[in-house]
Design a protein around this ligand. Structure first.
Ligand SMILES: [Zn+2]
Length: 390
């Protein structure tokens, strides 16, 4: 996700890897020792506020080597990761219990604790993994730090890459994005498209998980049953719901950014912070949780895809975007289901279309005459052409 210095972006390439069958147990053993060592290191670092590499090294290195049997380089990556975990926990003003890592994952440093050799990845300590598949587009960029993750029986290596930040074009207009519960409306004064959100579909899996959990938390079932297979199934269903949201956010942002690129437009989206905050204040239920997740992920993905594609992006104030007239700024009145009318100029439209036009207008005024074409689009067409449902 977004990171990196001024002139470059850091992106993560996912590499599917697999240890040789005879090496799998040894590698899992190392990853379990790493996890235990990591949790130990986090506690020591927090207790001693040892947030520098040299202090952490002095306090931890020999224990990580001797008690946890980590190879030298892996021990160093381990306390480095522990420092990062400790720092983010200490920074959080609402921190709860001390963080505990449960998943099997390992930080790795390029050329020191991992390297690519032909179609294999070699890890410090003599472990070898076969590369099964990866995205070749970034092959020519240098490998940075990596993370090896074991989940659902599969090993994945996430390798960070630094790539030059593409130059942004001078926009010829604005593509506005309006977000609401049922759909995303994308458009401007000339065109409009609507994209359904997957909230209902994701909610279905969340509810299945919920039901299963309720049923088996009853004391009629023994603890073993409650703990093992059922728990895994519940986790699977929850993850499925999250994945539906994530895939949709990624795909939708890709569609939006491609449309913007085609028309050489800047993307304007509302600042969603207030919306997400107000969802947080609602009574906690699955719908609001998934909605908040969806909004957050979509915002992040749009910004990230825009960076990667050199598409200018503007974030505008969301206040009153669906209640004031985009032509004259007065308050609109209801004119039927989700339809609004301006008492002054007579403009009448769907409230989402109104929002898109207002976002476009705010973005244009924010750009203040920096459009590449001499004439900015005028808000004249109140029933814009449709791209249809994407
Ligand atoms: Zn008006």
């Amino acid at each position: 996700m977004p990171a990196g210095g001024e002139g470059e972006l850091t992106l993560t390439v996912r590499v599917r890897v697999s240890p040789e069958p005879e090496g799998q147990q040894a590698l899992l053993g190392l990853m379990r020792r790493y996890r235990d060592a990591l949790n130990y290191s986090v506690r020591v670092i927090i207790a001693n506020r040892a947030l520098s590499l040299s202090r952490a090294h002095r306090l931890l290195y020999s224990t990580l080597r001797e008690r946890y049997g980590l190879p030298s380089r892996v021990a160093q990556d381990c306390y480095r990761e522990a420092i990062a975990i400790a720092k983010s926990w200490l920074r959080n003003p609402r921190r709860g219990d001390m963080p505990v890592v449960k998943s099997l994952r390992m930080w790795l440093t390029h050329e020191l604790s991992y390297r690519f050799k032909g179609d294999h990845v070699e890890l410090a300590g003599g472990h070898r993994l076969r590369v099964i598949g990866w995205d070749r587009r970034y092959d020519n960029f240098l490998n940075g730090e990596a993370r090896l993750v074991f989940r659902d029986g599969e090993f994945t290596l996430y390798v960070s890459k630094r790539v030059p930040r593409p130059a942004k074009y001078a926009p010829k207009g604005v593509l506005a994005v309006d977000v609401n519960e049922g759909q995303i409306v994308v458009g401007n004064s000339h065109v409009e498209a609507r994209i359904e959100t997957p909230i209902e579909r994701a909610l279905h899996y969340r509810r299945l998980a919920e039901r299963l959990e309720e049923k088996y938390s009853s004391t009629r079932y023994n603890a073993w049953l409650r703990r093992s297979g059922i728990r895994r199934r519940v986790r699977h269903l929850r993850r499925k719901a999250k994945n539906i949201i994530e895939d949709w956010a990624k795909k939708t942002s890709h569609t939006i950014i491609s449309l913007a690129k085609q028309g050489q437009l800047a993307v304007a989206r509302e600042d969603l912070t207030g919306l997400i905050e107000s969802l947080r204040r609602l009574p906690k239920d699955h719908r609001t949780a998934l909605l908040a997740l969806g909004y957050r992920r979509l915002g992040l993905w749009i910004d990230w895809q825009a960076e990667k594609g050199g598409v200018p992006i503007l974030v505008v104030d969301p206040a009153d975007t669906s209640s004031t007239c985009p032509r004259c700024g007065v308050e609109l009145v209801e004119a039927g289901h989700r339809r609004l009318r301006c008492p002054r100029c007579g403009l009448e439209a769907d409230r989402d279309t109104i929002a898109v036009l207002n976002i476009e207008r705010r973005a244009l005024s924010k750009m203040g005459g920096t459009l590449a074409s001499p004439t900015a689009p005028q808000v004249t067409d109140v029933t814009p052409n449709r791209w249809g449902n994407l």
